[in-house]
Design a protein around this ligand. Structure first.
Ligand SMILES: Cc1cc2nc3c(=O)[nH]c(=O)nc-3n(C[C@H](O)[C@H](O)[C@H](O)COP(=O)(O)OP(=O)(O)OC[C@H]3O[C@@H](n4cnc5c(N)ncnc54)[C@H](O)[C@@H]3O)c2cc1C
Ligand code: SF4
Length: 500
């Protein structure tokens, strides 16, 4: 460890992640951050004061030993650092790129009280890149075959994590995926300029090397039911990781016009079906010149930045003010750097279209901020004044509900009134014997790392179930339709995080 006082460490400047400039990056789908050099990573690692009660670890839903991996970076042992992360997180390259560290591990970083918090995400990204450039990850030890078969439904981060954990325990694991390729939202939601495809593919190849099998184009609930899997196909336990991919719309006139998309459909067409390369690929897409995006969350930023890269003039319509936009600050900045237009305090009330049913304009009511609502945010209130903007494409980005196919075809898997799959909050068992669930299916939509954290707990309990250590009858599944789904509260450190 470098001989440097905590005071000096805390005063060191943060190493800013180098980015491709806005005017260049809107012309391509290359990843926006360039990455740290070895020297930058070591410099950033020097800023960590190795707290005795670190604020960062409770902020990580999979409990990575953050100070330990940062210490290894400071010591120049980059391989050791990534191995340390892999003890609890098998997707470091993905998490280093997409985790909302500002709301999780970096939120309570002690250095952040006086200076900018340690860039934990950038350091995680750095060591995962180092690993890829230096032979890739080493296969974990796999327990001897147990003779038990497990089916994972859905191959988003929840399904992939459950597959990894259960395969390590010696079970035979098969993943069923509705689409023709794995990854879930990692592939068809998060854009390539934030998460390149080869990173996801490498993680799936790693699982295949461990012996996990993948079956694509298989919609469970339609082609095979849960009972088929349990009774005919001989699976001993199932994990539902089917996510939340049912888009919400506003319910205003004109939503069925051509050229109106949900964010999910728009992104899926481009990133899963290559619709931007139509007719080379078979899925078409209206490539708009004037694109309106409704909403200001992280998904809206992804949609706008994607449309911009396809050459459109893009405007964000949001009924509240900029300060209330739910997107991460970094995402807003990235979108601002990429020349997005903003119409805050603008609430869409109608979509206009021509005789060919093609969208032509958006009508909005101007809003003002009123009294705070139950969330504490000032409520947007209509002013009665409206305006009309000409557009040729409109994309709603208003969030999603849980995929309904499985619960609608198997009534034993109970859901709350919003369609969220109900599980025992401790072990993630559903109401159906042998069936567990995790990820967006049980939260209604959250983050990659939370989906992974839940899948880990579910897999641990599935393993116990398969070994006969816990029984289905012991599950405490809620029966209240207002049950909110699993909510992650970042645990508060018992005492304030402290320095060494
Ligand atoms: C555009 C967008 C951007 C996002 N950006 C971020 C980000 O930057 N950081 C972050 O942490 N989170 C982000 N999120 C949220 C994050 O991606 C999700 O919380 C996470 O992917 C949930 O993982 P999951 O495995 O539960 O579900 P999903 O990733 O949704 O995967 C579910 C999988 O199940 C499959 N499936 C569904 N039904 C069936 C069925 N009946 N049979 C077989 N397969 C089925 C689906 O095809 C899919 O592959 C973003 C979400 C979106 C939409
Ligand atoms: S909370 Fe402490 S140990 Fe964790 S990253 Fe910040 S300085 Fe390092």
């Amino acid at each position: 460890m470098a001989d440097l006082s905590n005071k000096k460490r805390m005063a060191l400047p943060m190493q800013e992640m180098p980015l491709h400039p806005g005017e260049e990056r809107v012309k391509n789908f290359e990843e926006v951050p360039i990455g740290y050099s070895d020297e930058m990573a070591k410099q950033e690692a020097l800023r960590c004061i190795q707290c005795t009660k670190p604020g960062c670890i409770p902020g990580c839903p999979v409990g990575i030993d953050i100070p330990a991996f940062i210490q290894l970076i400071e010591d120049g042992d980059f391989g050791g650092a990534v191995k340390k992360i892999r003890e609890t997180n098998f997707l470091p390259a993905i998490c280093g790129r997409v985790c909302p560290q500002d709301k999780q591990c970096q939120l309570d970083c002690v250095v952040g009280k006086k200076n900018k918090p340690v860039e934990i995400g950038s350091l995680e990204r750095f060591v995962s890149d180092y690993e890829r450039d230096n032979g890739g990850p080493v296969l974990p030890d796999i327990d001897p075959d147990t003779g038990k078969k497990v089916a994972i439904i859905g191959t988003g981060p929840a399904g992939l994590t459950a597959a990894y954990e259960l395969r390590k325990k010696g079970h035979a694991v098969t993943c069923f995926e509705a689409f023709h390729r794995p990854g879930g939202v990692l592939v068809y939601g998060i854009p390539r300029f934030r998460l390149p495809l080869d990173i996801i593919d490498a993680d799936v190849a790693f699982l295949e090397e461990m012996g996990v099998e993948f079956v694509y184009n298989m919609i469970i609930g339609k082609v095979l039911t849960l009972d088929d899997l349990l009774k005919k196909e001989g699976f001993d336990a199932l994990f539902i990781g089917t996510g939340a991919g049912l888009p919400k719309m506003l319910g205003i006139p004109g939503e069925n016009a051509n050229g109106v998309y949900s964010a999910n459909e728009y992104l899926t067409r481009i990133y899963l079906m290559n619709a931007d390369k139509f007719p080379t690929y078979t899925t078409p897409l209206v490539q708009g010149n004037k694109v309106a995006v409704v909403g200001a969350g992280n998904t809206a930023m992804d949609v706008m930045r994607t449309a911009k890269r396809l050459g459109a003039d893009v405007t964000c319509y949001y009924r509240r003010a900029r300060e209330q936009a739910p997107a991460r600050t970094e995402e807003l900045h990235h979108a601002e750097d990429e020349f997005i237009n903003w119409k805050f305090l603008s609430n869409p009330v109608e979509i206009m279209y021509d005789e060919n049913n093609k969208v032509t304009a958006i009508k909005c009511e101007k809003m003002r901020l009123g009294e705070p609502d139950s969330s504490g945010r000032q409520k947007p209130v209509g002013t009665g004044e409206t305006f009309i903007d000409e557009i040729d494409t409109l994309i709603f980005s208003l969030g999603c509900n849980v995929n309904p196919i499985i619960p609608s075809t198997d009534k034993k898997v109970t859901t709350n009134k919003w369609g969220i799959v109900m599980v025992d909050e401790k072990n993630y068992m559903t109401n159906k014997p042998g069936v567990f669930a995790g990820g967006d299916a049980v939260t209604g939509g959250s983050t990659v790392i939370l989906a992974m954290g839940q899948a880990k707990v579910a897999a641990e309990n599935m393993n116990k179930y398969l070994k006969g250590e816990i029984k289905w009858g012991e599950a405490n599944v809620p029966d209240n339709p207002n049950w909110p789904g699993i909510v992650w509260d970042k645990p508060k450190p018992k005492k304030a995080a402290t320095q060494k």
